[in-house]
Design a binder for this molecule. Structure first.
Ligand code: DHE
Length: 571
């Protein structure tokens, strides 16, 4: 263990020592007091518990260094009460333990969820005190650390030469079982769970190889898992760790480079890593620390969404805190060329327009969508939108009045925004005047959308509301009729339709995903770890339930990635 993760061992030693010193001071009756205020007392065990909960639950939104991004800045200068008892600094209200406990327990209108049904009262109190301490800094993670963690479980030569099962692989759904750190591979034709495999902690997204044979997943602990669908049952053939916190992966998809490389983006350390696509052998690590679009140094610019270009040997790599979009040219990774495009903060998730030339990404703190032209390598537009756009991958369709549009939902406002996107078709020339403008805002019953979805064969646009505080919205999905967008969306009560007994805690309905044929929509009914969850499948035409997949092992299902739609970026 110490040989494989030397820096981790040092990290745990350092934190143990600092915790021990803290305990000694406190035992002697001393309060750690600084100009910024008084640090509340904590035992070494409480500090360790706070650190664990912070990295598992909070760092994703607030950042490891607590400088803030999707979530607010949580540095001590404003979480601690002032030493002299005053509660303001620079006009801002300082928080202190009691106020922080309330915020953690009940959430905020700014979008922070309530933790009173996830953490105990004691844990909430520990967290309120922990975030008044100076942030703990985890170790770096080098190419050597990656090499030490790399496990090639089945070398390429020992893998099947042809598909050894009779499953229609194109219609398999790679389904995240979030809180168990597992991935369920579900046969989309029979709707049976084909296999459940271990993956990384709180596994996040799945992406497909260009071939459609391999599924790549990434856990929030930075563990990448490579799964081969050609065995009789899906099998993990390689794993590697890229750091201690990560969210994104994609392969090289340009002609001649298909699956030669895999890129993974880390939150901590802030960097991206390039690996061999079929083995995960690590090849290169590139730091993303640097200067933001505002000209300030940022020590933790995390890698958010990544996609593989269809028209060049490049990945589009979106750096959250700097607001920079990188085009990383993988044709010569020894002499890596990177185009750096200024956009806006904080970059998060996004998807292609219908032509797959422009990548549209949410700059959520700026309430903008940035569109990058992957042909010219330049920013095409920065589009002002309503608050906190969160597109997932967005949704493309033809609007009768405005032509091709790309849709995004919003966490912060009750609308789905439609943005006009360019088209080379002569018949579409009349729509050019609308390009890169929000041409319509479809009204939703509340804010808190995470994902929208449609399909080229569908006349519907599906929008979830998992982050809305009202049960009637959280547990439902809303369906717009694309043939008449003046109509309000139809509400489907997914929790009720699942037939499962009601639960005290809210179950979030999230991530609509089409099957390969584009005639059914799969939704996750995401309950607590001990609740019964389900995947509820609707007929896209009749909006009637076709099937409910539920199983004791179907714990906390969230993202679902249809092999064919993910492989070809169909949305
Ligand atoms: Fe995600 C995509 C980051 C919380 C489900 N999420 C993404 C992407 C990023 C991201 C950067 C884009 C990846 C890409 O395309 O390469 N997500 C984050 C966070 O930082 C955040 C806010 C907090 C955290 O601690 O991780 C976060 N995400 C969540 C959830 O709580 C969700 C709802 C449930 C879960 O499984 O964790 C969730 N995120 C998803 C899903 C996608 C995603 C399903 C892929 C959407 C797609 O259709 O491609």
């Amino acid at each position: 263990m110490s040989k494989r993760y030397p820096s981790r061992l040092v990290w745990s030693m350092v934190s143990t020592i600092s915790a021990a010193v803290g305990t000694m001071l406190l035992a002697a009756g001393a309060h750690a007091q600084t100009a910024a205020g008084t640090t509340p007392e904590m035992t070494a065990a409480e500090i360790e518990q706070g650190k664990k909960i912070y990295f598992e639950r909070c760092a994703g939104c607030h950042g490891v260094l607590r400088k803030g991004a999707t979530g607010k800045n949580l540095e001590p200068h404003w979480t601690r009460k002032a030493a002299d008892g005053t509660t303001t600094e620079g006009g801002m209200l300082r928080l202190g333990t009691a106020r922080l406990e309330k915020i953690i327990a009940l959430g905020t209108e700014g979008g922070m969820v309530n933790y009173d049904d996830i953490l105990t009262k004691e844990e909430i109190n520990i967290m309120a005190r922990y975030i008044q301490r100076t942030p703990d800094v985890p170790p770096e993670f080098s190419l050597k650390d990656m090499e030490a963690s790399w496990k090639l479980l089945v070398p390429v030569a020992e893998r099947p030469k042809r598909q050894m099962n009779k499953i229609n692989l194109k219609n398999v759904f790679a389904t995240t079982l979030r809180d168990t750190g597992k991935l369920a591979l579900i046969d989309g034709d029979t709707k049976q769970i084909w296999e459940i495999l271990d993956t990384g902690y709180a596994v996040h997204i799945s992406r497909l190889s260009a071939s459609g044979r391999y599924v790549y997943t990434v856990g929030r602990d930075g563990l990448v898992t490579l799964i081969d669908l050609w065995f009789e049952k899906p099998k993990t053939v390689a794993t590697i760790r890229m750091g201690s916190d990560a969210r994104s992966v994609d392969t090289s998809k340009f002609k001649g480079f298909e699956d030669k490389y895999l890129i993974g983006g880390s939150y901590w350390p802030p960097q991206y890593s390039i690996m061999e696509g079929e083995t995960l052998k690590p090849l290169k690590v590139v730091s993303t620390r640097g200067i933001t679009v505002d000209g300030e140094y940022h020590p933790e610019p995390r890698v958010a969404s990544i996609v593989s270009s269809h028209i060049k040997p490049e990945w589009v790599v979106n750096i959250k805190e700097t607001g920079m979009i990188l085009l990383v040219d993988y044709s010569d990774i020894k002499n890596l060329k990177v185009t750096t495009i200024d956009s806006a903060k904080f970059l998060h998730d996004g998807g292609w327009d219908i032509t797959k030339r422009y990548f549209l990404v949410a700059a959520n703190a700026s309430h903008k969508i940035a569109a990058v032209d992957t042909k010219t390598g330049k920013l095409a537009a920065l589009v002002d939108t309503k608050k906190i756009p969160h597109p997932g991958r967005g949704a493309n369709f033809f609007h009768p009045q405005f032509g091709p549009v790309w849709a995004t939902g919003h966490l912060g406002d009750p609308v789905v925004s439609l943005i006009s996107t360019p088209s080379d078709k002569p018949a579409h020339a009349k729509f050019k005047q609308h390009n890169w403008k929000v041409v319509q805002e479809l009204k939703m019953p509340g804010a808190g959308n995470l994902f929208v979805k449609t399909h080229p064969k569908s006349k519907n646009l599906w929008a979830d509301l998992p982050m809305n505080p009202e049960r009637e919205h959280t547990e439902s999905v809303y369906v717009f009729d694309l043939t008449d967008l003046s109509k309000p969306p139809k509400k489907l009560d997914v929790a009720k339709d699942s037939g499962l007994p009601e639960t005290k805690a809210l179950r979030r309905v999230t991530h609509p995903e089409y099957n390969m044929a584009g005639d059914e929509v799969w939704l996750s009914l995401w309950g607590g770890k001990t609740d019964r969850s389900a995947i509820v499948i609707y007929d896209d035409k009749t909006l009637k339930v076709k099937k409910v997949i539920t199983d004791p092992n179907m714990i906390t299902p969230t993202g679902k990635f249809n092999v064919y739609n993910t492989q070809f970026d169909i949305y």
